[in-house]
Design a protein around this ligand. Structure first.
Ligand code: IDP
Ligand code: MG
Length: 151
């Protein structure tokens, strides 16, 4: 088993459109477990740190101003190969090319308002989880993980 923890964000568009429950329901139906969760409005510094890889892209300014514009819901999500699995559930960056059945294809229209963030690798997940959560904020889901693995 390759149990991983990944960072998911229900971005401000998801919160303001009332889609957080729908997004979490999809994660839960897939069998993923929430290990930490919070509603937070991001500072500019944290937003720039989170999206550092995009700092030279033309859309960086808009991305930072959008992600800091209103509250978002951050989730630490656990499960078997959760990093790639959650990316699959979320769908391609552009909702127009995302596969039907994914969150972005089903619920979003544009790349700039694509509802969800998911870490794209082990290194990203480790780095990004630390931006949103302290060690003490993770709640062990060991019991549920073990039961789920046996079933
Ligand atoms: P990802 O969220 O699918 O990992 P990234 O390439 O990491 O996609 O981009 C981060 C976020 O920046 C995207 O989710 C999207 O909201 C935004 N973004 C990416 N490319 C563009 C673009 O070309 N125009 C506007 N926004 C973009
Ligand atoms: Mg990305």
């Amino acid at each position: 088993m390759a149990i991983e923890t990944t960072l998911l964000l229900c971005k401000p568009d998801a919160v303001s459109r009332g889609l957080v429950g729908e997004i979490i329901a999809r994660l839960e139906r897939r069998g993923y477990l929430i290990a930490a969760m919070k509603l937070v409005q991001l500072s500019g510094d944290k937003a720039r740190e989170h999206y550092a890889e995009h700092k030279d892209r033309p859309f960086f300014g808009d991305l930072v101003s959008f992600i800091t514009s209103a509250p978002l819901v951050a989730l630490a999500v656990e499960g078997e190969n959760a990093i790639d699995g959650c990316r699959q559930l979320i769908g391609a960056t552009n909702p127009l090319t995302a596969a039907p059945g994914t969150i972005r294809a089903d619920l979003a229209q544009t790349i700039g308002r694509n509802l969800v963030h998911g870490s794209d690798s082990k290194a990203s997940a480790e780095r990004e989880l630390k931006i949103f959560f302290t060690e003490g904020e993770f709640v062990s889901r060991k019991h549920d993980l073990e039961r789920w693995i046996k079933e």
